[in-house]
Ligand binder design. Structure first.
Ligand SMILES: Nc1ncnc2c1ncn2[C@@H]1O[C@H](COP(=O)(O)OP(=O)(O)OP(=O)(O)O)[C@@H](O)[C@H]1O
Ligand SMILES: [Mg+2]
Length: 399
């Protein structure tokens, strides 16, 4: 068995790890279609030792980028970053976090709950499904995890430990490149629909845009607010139903860092707005309104979790005025990070299936790009008369 697992190795590997019984047999298939890593699902054969036992998923980071192969080396340590983040997520948001059953630091692999009865949120949305309870659960997860790891929810000593355990320079550099610079410049990795050619060029030439993205980039590099997932788009959420109840799992936190909270909310929001633009382009106004309305659901669940934690804050000096100001600042960041994610999905390296699978991605791409520009340059338009965050104004951008 080489260090990098193949489907034929996985069952023996699981026996060796003690995850499944000695002498048992099972069927393994590769399910991962991601860029970075390999994911296998292993299902026990009926009968024999372990027969009828539960199926599991094994995720391994090879020492390269999966889609590019050994010519594109990347530290496999990212699997351990993911394991550590999943442990923190499980502590504060157990309901939405996949259960980890085994961790193998030598092979940069871990075994987790099999989620193959669920669907990736982006796939579900492209297929026409609604959000259901998903944004509430994601907002709740982000709220709980970020409160618990912020200056309000954790002691300075605990935060120092968290910071030390959460350094993630390799994937932070990926974010700085593919989200927070390249899409805003002319680069061979980028592509866009010809319909938005002039708008993409104008955005890249706009000094005010450059300054706003610089502010976000500096925030990402320097503002250690709380533990964030770092890649919380609709491809990192799996959804479905178990026993008649909505089930949501947030997967793949290999980009996790202690950083600005608005990054996670912004990535999720951007992809809800992209999904809304798709529905609008398909002429489904009701679905478009529902998707755009996730801004409000996400924000309410996030702030509810912070307000629920607030009376028990560890730093008693922090007052209600700080909380109001802090949440408003997270809102501004949310809009900014949403904007850069929208630019990336239209004009960067990694486009969104929501747009690419439209008969003509052009018009919806233009809607998303214009919305991104407004989010970047006119944050004040997304506060109400009292200065409070106004998610309804965000929804109005794309429908
Ligand atoms: N626990 C699981 N059970 C079943 N399927 C899973 C599980 N975890 C991940 N998958 C499947 O594997 C795919 C890739 O997983 P994941 O996003 O974690 O990998 P990745 O290689 O890090 O992806 P990316 O390149 O997008 O970062 C998911 O989209 C999902 O379809
Ligand atoms: Mg990943």
């Amino acid at each position: 068995m080489s260090a990098v697992l193949e489907p034929g190795d996985v069952w023996a590997y699981l026996v060796g790890r003690g995850v499944v019984p000695d002498g048992s047999t099972g069927t393994v298939r590769e399910v991962g279609d991601g860029n970075m890593n390999r994911v296998f699902v292993a299902v026990p054969d009926a009968g024999g030792p372990g027969g009828g036992g539960r199926s599991v998923a094994v995720k391994q980071a090879p020492p390269w980028i999966r889609a590019l192969g050994p010519s594109a080396p990347m530290s496999p340590e990212r699997a351990m970053v993911e394991v550590r983040a999943l442990a923190t997520f499980a502590r504060f948001a157990p309901e939405q976090t996949p259960a980890v059953l085994d961790v193998d630091p030598e092979r940069f692999a871990f075994t987790m709950e099999d989620l193959s009865d669920l669907t990736v949120l982006r796939t579900a949305l492209v297929g026409g499904a609604g959000f259901g309870d998903t944004s509430r659960q994601v907002g709740d997860l982000v709220g709980r995890v970020t409160f618990a790891t912020s200056v309000a929810g954790a002691s300075a000593a605990d935060r120092a430990t968290l910071l030390a355990a959460s350094v993630n320079p390799v994937l932070a550099a990926v974010t700085e490149r593919y989200l927070l610079s390249e899409p805003l410049t002319v680069h061979e990795n980028n592509s866009h629909h010809r319909l938005v050619d002039a708008e993409v060029a104008a955005l890249r030439a706009d000094a005010a845009v450059r300054t706003e993205v610089s502010v976000l980039r500096a925030a990402f590099g320097s503002r250690a607010e709380a533990l964030v997932h770092g890649d919380l788009h609709s491809g990192s959420v799996m959804v479905g139903e178990r026993d008649g109840a909505a089930v949501v799992r947030v997967i793949d936190p290999e980009f996790a860092v202690v950083g600005p909270i608005g990054l996670d909310l912004g990535l999720y929001l951007a992809n809800a707005l992209v999904a809304a633009a798709r529905s609008a382009a398909l002429g489904d106004a009701a679905a478009a309104a529902d998707r755009a309305g996730q801004a409000g659901v996400l924000w309410a669940a996030f702030t509810d979790a912070w307000r629920a934690g607030w009376p028990g804050r560890v730093d008693r000096f922090l007052d209600d005025g700080w909380l109001t100001r802090h949440l408003a600042s997270v809102w501004d960041d949310t809009l900014g990070f949403a904007a850069v994610e929208m630019v990336r999905r239209v004009a960067g390296y990694s486009h969104a299936a929501d747009l690419e699978t439209l008969p003509d991605p052009g018009p919806a791409s233009a809607v998303v790009l214009r919305a991104a520009r407004t989010l970047l340059l006119d944050r004040a338009a997304f506060r109400d008369a009292t200065g409070a965050p106004d998610p309804a104004a965000v929804a109005a951008l794309v429908v």
